[in-house]
Design a protein around this ligand. Sequence first.
Ligand SMILES: Nc1ncnc2c1ncn2[C@@H]1O[C@H](COP(=O)(O)OP(=O)(O)OP(=O)(O)O)[C@@H](O)[C@H]1O
Length: 258
Amino acid sequence: MLKITDLVKRYGTGEPVLKNLDLTIEGESVVSIIGSSGAGKSTLLRCINQLVKPTSGSIVLNGTELTALRGKNLREARRKIGMVFQGFNLVDRLTVMENVQSGRLGYISTWAAITRRYPKADIRRAFELMERVGIAQYANTRADQLSGGERQRVGVVRALMQQPEILLADEPTASLDPKTSEQIMGLLRDLAGELKLPVVINIHNVTEAKEYTDRIVGMRYGRIIFDDKPDKLDEAAMEEIYAGSPHADRGGDRVKAS
Ligand SMILES: Nc1ncnc2c1ncn2[C@@H]1O[C@H](COP(=O)(O)OP(=O)(O)OP(=O)(O)O)[C@@H](O)[C@H]1O
């Protein structure tokens, strides 16, 4: 379970971009985070995986308070959080297998990684996952030879190689064509169920959020103003999430668009 309580993030001396945010995610649910540009979606994901240090508040993942961790403990906790990125973040000149195995860095010795002497169990697991997502035939192909959809599948397998307890995806389909985008969303949804993994997806495409996720969290300027099942996201809720201007809202309490 992920339990976020009273989370505040302020960059420098500016107004907070996350304002006393509470969010609990249980079980294998697939949750999408929607909201206008600048609402704080990426900052929220980065606070969860501790790429960004929250200003205050609590983030507990399966009993571990992440905000209190430093050094080795922080590195260990971060392995439990898989990340999937918009731009895939692969190393182009490495093969698919090498990219996928980089998800095991931190679990295996540096020497084993440098010399590509991956443990047998890791190779087996990589092939299982690559088979599952349809890229096993590319194991020895350089990452830059693959299409966008195939590259994102590599990104997903790499994240799963970490044996994460939660998977975070930051705009995972924004660089993909519509059909491939739907395939990747379907894959994330199915993997969440198969691996009993909570998945949190930042997404601009509301149609995909409605179709492929179990719960939609709508953010507006650092606050959660909608949190419900996709079929509850009606026009009024959309208006509230997306209307208005950042200037009107920033800093103060939520201002309803007129
Ligand atoms: N490293 C940073 N330093 C200062 N301000 C930042 C930093 N990162 C983000 N911000 C600001 O925080 C606010 C929230 O940004 P964030 O990227 O979290 O929003 P978002 O909802 O993910 O937007 P988008 O959909 O465009 O990615 C914005 O005003 C942004 O300019």
